[in-house]
Ligand binder design. Structure first.
Ligand code: KIV
Ligand code: NA
Length: 264
């Protein structure tokens, strides 16, 4: 049975964890679907993982359309979510136009990075039938503004601000919240306080779902390895085994443990 946005709401309601991995091509999209991965993210991380770039900033709409089409052709049972790339949703008009392109390429949900400034775009996407995931916390498209990849929402004030942004975006219609690189306690708090499914990456064990980059769970990513990443190939024994091991570890609550989370 295909995963829909309603499946994610049901999982949250039942306290059942769900799994998400990035996918950029048809072969892996088929494999991830066969392994029961609930959500496939055509992430702009493809800028680093596939294109060898230093950040996600140079990724284009054409790149995202192309890889969404590649994933969609596998007809995965997983829900397909695609990132709107850097500056492709700078205005509400651009956001609607580019979200339409991704949906027509085969995405079933779009993801955008930012805070309450996106509320109007989220509202208009919602009114026009485009499901939205709002990505908060460490937002890699902001790397030049952030000045480095580090834990976000530290300290009471910054935490309050992030909670308020998440609430505001859900009020505007966001269907899913994605939290990247926040302390476990903030991950827990936002998951409790918003009424929609929350996906975490480096956000502790209490979010409704977990996401990682596919190449990271296979232990083949180049360069710096963030704390929240885990290589599942060892225990899985094969590529398919690694994907199944990740899926199981997420669903039975073994991943992430404290070694792969940020305390505080
Ligand atoms: O592009 C990506 O892969 C992502 C996540 C890992 C959340 O946005
Ligand atoms: Na991304």
């Amino acid at each position: 049975m295909s995963t829909t946005i309603q499946s994610l709401r049901d999982y949250r309601e039942k306290g059942q964890k769900f799994s998400c991995l990035t996918a950029y091509d048809a072969t892996f999209a088929g494999l991830l679907s066969d392994c029961g991965i609930d959500v496939q993210l055509v992430g702009d991380s493809l800028g680093m993982v596939l294109q060898g770039r230093e950040s996600t900033v140079p990724v284009s709409m054409e790149d995202m359309v192309y890889h969404t089409e590649c994933v969609a052709r596998a007809q995965p049972e997983s829900l397909v979510m695609t990132d709107l790339p850097f500056m492709s949703y700078a205005t509400t008009g651009q956001c609607l136009h580019n979200a339409a392109r991704l949906m027509q390429a085969g995405a079933q949900m779009v993801k955008i990075e930012g805070t309450d400034w996106m509320a109007e775009s989220v509202r208009q996407l919602t009114e026009r039938g485009v499901p939205v995931c709002a990505h908060l916390g460490l937002t890699p498209q902001f790397i030049n503004k952030l000045g480095g990849y580090r834990v976000q929402g530290k300290g009471a004030e910054a935490a309050e601000r992030m909670v308020a942004h998440a609430r505001r975006l859900v009020e505007a219609g966001a269907d899913v919240i994605l939290l990247e690189c926040v302390t476990s306690s903030l991950g827990t708090r936002i998951t409790r306080e918003v009424g929609v499914p929350v996906i975490g990456i480096g956000a502790g064990p209490d979010t409704d779902g977990q996401v990682l980059v596919l190449q990271d769970i296979l232990g083949i990513s180049r360069g710096h390895k963030p704390r929240f990443v885990k290589d599942f190939l060892q225990e899985g024994g094969s590529v398919e085994g690694a994907v199944r091991a990740y899926d199981q570890a997420v669903k039975n609550g073994e991943f992430p443990d404290s070694k792969h989370s940020f305390s505080g």
